[in-house]
Every structure is written in C-alpha cells, then in structure tokens.
Ligand binder design. Structure first.
Ligand SMILES: Nc1ncnc2c1ncn2[C@@H]1O[C@H](COP(=O)(O)OP(=O)(O)OP(=O)(O)O)[C@@H](O)[C@H]1O
Length: 238
C-alpha cells in the first residue's frame, strides 16, 4: 500500500471535520476525493501532508508526500520571485544553501509547466492560471511518490486545465500515487478510476462509477445537510 488511512479523525477546535475514516490506496493509484462543501476534503489532505495532527487514528504513507494546496488559502502578496517560490519545494531535500546549486532544476520545472522566462517575475504579478502552473512546478521539483492535489483545476481556462491534467497523467504513469479533491464529476468519471465520497465520514470508497451512484450522492448530501456545527465535540476524538 502506498497510503493507508485508518480510523482517522481530524478536528478543528475538537469538532471533527473528518470522522473515523479508513481507506487505502495502492502504489500508483489514482483516486478522487469528492463531497459537498465542508465535507472535510481539505482537512483530510492537510492531515495526510502532516500539516494538521490527527485527533485519532493513523496515516501511513510510503515515502514523501507533496501537497498542492487550494489557491484560495495562499498569500500571493508575499515578495517572492517565481524562482524562489519554486525553490521552496526543495527545502526539505536540500535546506537553505543547497538549493542555490539547483537553479537548473528550477528552470527546467518552470519550462515543463509552460513558464519559461518567468523565473524573475514576482509571484504577485501572475494570473490565477500562471500561479497554478507555478505551484505545479514546485510539486514537480519535490519529486514525491505520493501527491495530494486540492482542487487543482479550479478557476482555470480549458488550455491550462488540459496542460496540468497532462502532468497529473504523466506523474501517475510514472507510478506515483495521486489523491485529488475535485468538484467536476465528469472529470472524475473520465480520469479517476477510484473515488472516495466524503461527508466527514466515508459515504463510499471504491471504483468511481459505484462510489458516485445517485444513491451515494444523495446520502452524502443528506449527511452534509444534517451536520450540526454546534453539536457536542466527538467524545472519541478528544
Ligand atoms: N482552520 C480551521 N479552523 C476551524 N474550523 C475549520 C478550519 N478548517 C476547516 N474547518 C472546518 O472544518 C470543516 C471541513 O472543512 P474543509 O475545508 O476540510 O472542507 P472541504 O470539504 O474541503 O470544503 P470545500 O469543498 O468548501 O473546500 C468545515 O466545517 C470548516 O468550517
């Protein structure tokens, strides 16, 4: 197994965003995470990436995990050039000074996502699509066997989405394991063989067509609508 999530509860202020969730993903697996707003999808990815400690349960990943976060949660006014922003992806691998020797890799990553000539541009000057390409270049450099994508094609034009989808396909073809939060169910059906349908708890996990059956989607909607944000914290997640 490349990724195993066992009885995972992720809480904010002791209120569970993800509740007693278990699933596994084989090496080279390609799985979509689908669910209503507030279903816990981003919380799940952040916990797998090690950015949020689980309240309960266990996450086992084979090798390094790289996360493409949601753009909406990022501060783009930070004074960084594209080169520096992509180099941040190398921090865990090379530390501060070692990265300077890696400029060639950074330029190649920028080129691979269609951003040749952008190395010196401030990140704040990029369009949404260009910024998403930049985040993909950073992921490319991280070279992780497990890749988490949080709404990777949101607010992109067709050309940018197609280019970045081609990169995802390439990574998967190289045997990397990919877990992606998506709202476009047609894209999920076309590209992702497996799906986790999440409404804080797992509604379904398995082959996409079965997981996204009308009955499961209705159940997910009802579970999300029935959730009381003021309910008592989960006693088991204390
Ligand atoms: N930092 C936080 N502090 C407090 N509550 C949070 C925090 N982050 C998320 N939550 C809450 O956790 C629940 C799940 O949020 P999360 O962002 O994981 O859902 P999501 O499925 O990714 O939603 P969306 O589709 O809208 O992006 C929501 O009720 C949200 O308000």
């Amino acid at each position: 197994m490349s990724l195993a999530v066992r009885n995972l509860t992720v809480s904010h202020d002791r209120r569970p965003a993800v509740h007693h969730l278990s699933f596994t993903l084989r090496r080279g697996g390609l799985m979509a995470v689908v669910g209503p707003n507030g279903a816990g999808k981003s919380s799940l990815l952040r916990a797998i990436a090690g950015l949020h400690s689980p309240a309960e349960g266990e996450i086992v990943a084979e090798g390094r995990v790289a996360l493409l976060p949601q753009q909406a949660g990022l501060d783009r006014s930070f004074p960084l050039s594209c080169r520096e922003a992509v180099m941040l992806g190398l921090w865990a691998e090379c530390g501060g000074f070692g990265r300077i020797a890696e400029d060639g890799r950074v330029l190649r990553a920028l080129e691979a996502v269609g951003l040749s000539g952008f190395a010196g541009r401030p990140v704040g000057s990029l369009s949404t699509g260009q910024f998403q390409r930049l985040l993909f270049a950073r992921l490319l450099l991280q070279d992780a066997p497990v890749i988490l994508l949080d709404e990777p094609f949101n607010a992109l034009d067709a050309r940018t989405a197609a280019d970045l989808l081609a990169l995802v396909r390439r990574w998967n073809g190289e045997g990397r394991t990919i877990l992606a939060v998506l709202h476009d169910l047609d894209l999920v059906r076309d590209e992702f063989p497996e799906t986790l349908l999440l409404a804080r708890e797992a509604v379904a996990v398995g082959p996409t067509e079965e997981a996204l059956s009308p009955a499961n989607r209705l159940r997910a909607r009802r579970m999300a609508e029935g959730w009381d944000p003021h309910a008592e914290p989960c006693a088991r997640a204390a």
